[in-house]
Ligand binder design. Structure first.
Ligand SMILES: O=c1ccn([C@@H]2O[C@H](COP(=O)(O)O)[C@@H](O)[C@H]2O)c(=O)[nH]1
Length: 283
């Protein structure tokens, strides 16, 4: 993989060679129990190792859910640091699902944590929450650009409650304004296939794009789409939702894959099944 490319282009290459699936690393207490593990930091390490083992070479990216490491305090963060380092070694693109957002001066610290060069939590990309205003994310957007890293800004989330904020404004909705700001952000960068400022749009949003008159085919970055599998979106429904921007969609599945553990072979089978399901529906 060409590491001089920006994040969006590296992700485009990874999706071309390994498909459009992103596997979540979500060590929920219930899953740990199902895998015969205790709810401890050591178990998080075992859990994550098996997922990386199954995912390497088979998916475009993996997405650790930071909250599920954070609930173990400093030891959980230590494990996350090791997982990020291991993924880097294995050349697997990472999205830290941290959903950070704050006033600009504090945002600089979040940017240093997830996208800086010296932080042990530094990774390829991070999810950001724009509800303090898109421009409050500037320190992260600029640092990502400077270090060839990426961001995924929440636009239309997969949970039903999201619409109470994101749909406000209807045809000039909050979500539409976020999407326009991210489009503008990418248009100021050079890229071959996609810019490095991505969006999060749930695979479950259904008719919302049409109702809000949002045309994602005009968007010029990657779209992380959680909601496939455990939250009910099928491959066919999600590609119908994202008609016109199919090649930009990175489909996340966490519990839908993870419930097949702890056997690595069974995890591999479920990843391969999801890959062929997605491929079949997007051809
Ligand atoms: O809109 C959003 C944004 C993030 N997520 C996260 O994605 C995974 C989904 O997990 P599943 O088990 O596949 O449902 C999880 O980490 C969420 O926090 C989301 O679901 N929706």
């Amino acid at each position: 993989m060409n590491t001089n490319l920006g994040f969006g282009d590296r992700l485009a290459q990874a999706m071309k060679s390994s498909g459009q699936l992103c596997v979540g690393i979500d060590p929920h207490p219930g899953l740990l129990q199902q895998w015969g593990l205790e709810d401890t930091p050591a178990a998080l390490a075992t859990f994550s190792e098996k997922i990386l083992d199954a995912a390497r070479g088979r998916v475009a990216a993996v997405k650790p859910q930071v909250a599920l490491f954070e609930r173990h305090g400093s030891e959980g963060f230590k494990v996350l640091e090791e997982v990020l380092a291991e993924a880097r070694q294995l050349n697997i693109l990472m999205i830290a699902d941290a959903k950070r957002g704050d006033i600009g001066s504090t945002m600089s610290a979040y940017a240093d944590t997830w996208l800086g060069e010296r932080s042990p939590l530094s990774t390829d990309s991070v999810t950001l929450s724009p509800y303090l205003g898109f421009e409050s994310l500037r320190p992260a957007l600029d640092l990502a650009q400077q270090h060839d890293k990426g961001t995924f800004v929440l636009a239309l989330t997969s949970n039903p409650e999201g619409k109470t904020i994101q749909h406000v404004g209807q045809t000039n909705s909050v979500a539409k304004q976020i999407i326009e700001a991210a489009t503008e952000e990418n248009s100021r960068q050079g890229f071959e296939t996609m810019g490095s400022c991505g969006l999060v749009v749930g695979a479950t949003v259904g008719e919302a794009l049409r109702e809000l008159e949002i045309d994602l085919s005009q968007f010029n970055g990657p779209i992380l789409a959680p909601g496939y599998g455990a939250q009910g979106a099928s491959a066919a429904s999600l590609f119908a939702t994202f008609h016109g921007s199919e090649s930009q969609i990175l489909v996340n599945s966490s519990r839908g894959i993870l419930r097949h553990g702890p056997c690595v072979e069974a995890l591999i089978d479920s990843i391969e099944l999801a890959n062929s399901d997605l491929l079949k529906s997007n051809s």
